[in-house]
Design a protein around this ligand. Structure first.
Ligand SMILES: *Cc1c(COP(=O)(O)O)cnc(C)c1O
Length: 388
């Protein structure tokens, strides 16, 4: 029998936090308990019908059954450029400044392979969406943590980054609207990041997956709206959250040409593009009626209000995010974030994500996603009131 082991790369990964929660959740369900799952960042609403219909039709056309172009269908790239222009007033060249992705996670995780050498630093927010750190580690780079603190409105304090690190830093990740904190960023912040990147020769990766999940009249901006941003920035977008299409695996990167070229090179050696029928459905999503987006946001907004108002009525101090479907709440006195998640599951049959699982600066917080129906959220509040 061959004696084989996981690579050092795999062995270096932090333990997968959600595995433990998943196990506990499965066990609770198997025991017949009625679990309210606020742990998942995945829309519960279905993909709008006209998008499913477009897939259905395209999937039946044999001309879509072959390998797709690595760089994506020209029509899909054009649809992205058109959407982007309308949404952000930014002009993108569909040929050189847009690259469709098999979900933005794929592009984010592969990106460091194109620009990070072993031993280079990558500046990552903490807590954060895990692929920023993991993709960096897989490329041999070193994630350097920028704490996201409540006192700074969950924006990184760039002045705290060590000079010695900056000498070997290649890339900085920013993510607004933010998962997990729900924080948002404005032009002043992006201007600072751009200035910082230009002074320190950094490529900015802006993850805008939640740019369309927003409330109360607030509209998130793109970093590319800022003059000169394309010289140093690439932005990641996704159809997943906007159109309830997480399972479809489709998104894109856009912005700086060299960044796009590098990521395209990595990808053309690793995958063979997105199923064409899905790209055609993506065109239908971007060019079709947008009322489902507005409707989803109004549903999330009601649920957000039910959850935040409910928790605050119990003495919690939670604020209402202007965007994303996450509530980032401080744990109750006496609980760390894992303990709080455990207590919620054991005493109230509620699944929440311990903040520490998304980075050490997430300690002291839990994340709840409003991806369950409002009645269930109200039931969650009743249970918390009764048992915690
Ligand atoms: C959900 C999410 C994404 C999108 O992932 P896809 O791979 O496009 O489904 C990207 N970034 C963040 C922060 C997310 O939460």
């Amino acid at each position: 029998m061959t004696d084989f082991e996981f690579s050092e790369r795999l062995k270096s990964l932090p333990p997968y936090l959600f595995a433990e929660i998943d196990k506990a959740k499965r066990k609770a369900r198997a025991d017949g308990r009625d679990i309210i799952d606020l742990g998942i960042g995945d829309p519960d609403l279905p993909t709008p019908k006209h998008i499913v219909d477009a897939l259905d039709k395209a999937a039946r056309d044999p001309s879509n059954h072959h390998y797709a172009l690595d760089a994506g269908m020209p029509q899909f790239r054009q649809a992205i450029a058109k959407w982007y222009k309308k949404r952000f007033r930014v002009t993108l060249d569909p040929e050189t400044e847009i690259l469709p992705l098999i979900g933005s996670k794929e592009g984010i995780a592969h990106f460091p392979l194109a620009f990070v050498n072993p031993g280079d630093y990558v500046l990552v927010p903490d807590p954060c969406y895990p692929p920023y750190k993991i993709g960096t580690t897989f490329a041999g780079g070193i994630p350097y943590i920028m704490p996201l603190l409540q006192e700074n409105d969950f924006l990184p304090d760039l002045s705290k980054i060590e000079r010695t690190v900056l000498g070997r830093a290649k890339t900085i990740f920013v993510n607004y609207p933010n998962n997990p904190t729900g924080a948002v960023a404005d032009g002043e912040f992006y201007g600072k990041v751009l200035d910082f990147a230009n002074r320190n020769n950094l490529l900015i990766c802006s993850d805008a997956a939640y740019s369309e999940v927003c409330y109360d009249g607030y509209k998130p901006m793109s970093i590319l709206e800022i003059e000169g941003a394309k010289d140093s920035s690439v932005e990641f977008h996704s159809l997943s959250k906007t159109y309830n299409m997480t399972g479809w695996r489709v998104g894109w990167a856009c912005g700086n040409r060299k960044a796009i070229e590098g990521l395209a090179k990595v990808k053309s050696n690793m995958d063979s593009g997105i199923f064409q029928a899905i790209q055609i459905a993506g065109i239908a999503a971007l060019e079709g009626p947008q009322d489902a987006v507005r409707k989803a946001n109004s549903v999330y907004r009601e649920r957000r209000n039910a959850l935040v108002d409910g928790l605050n009525s119990l003495g919690w101090k939670v604020s209402k995010p202007k965007a994303t479907f996450y509530i980032w709440a401080r744990t109750l006195r006496g609980y760390d974030s894992s303990g709080m998640a455990k207590a919620l599951l054991e005493k109230a049959d509620i699944v929440a994500t311990p903040g520490v699982g998304l980075g050490k600066n997430g300690e002291g917080y839990i994340r709840m996603a409003v991806t369950v129906e409002k009645d269930r959220i109200k039931e969650a509040i009743r249970r918390i009131k009764k048992s915690l």
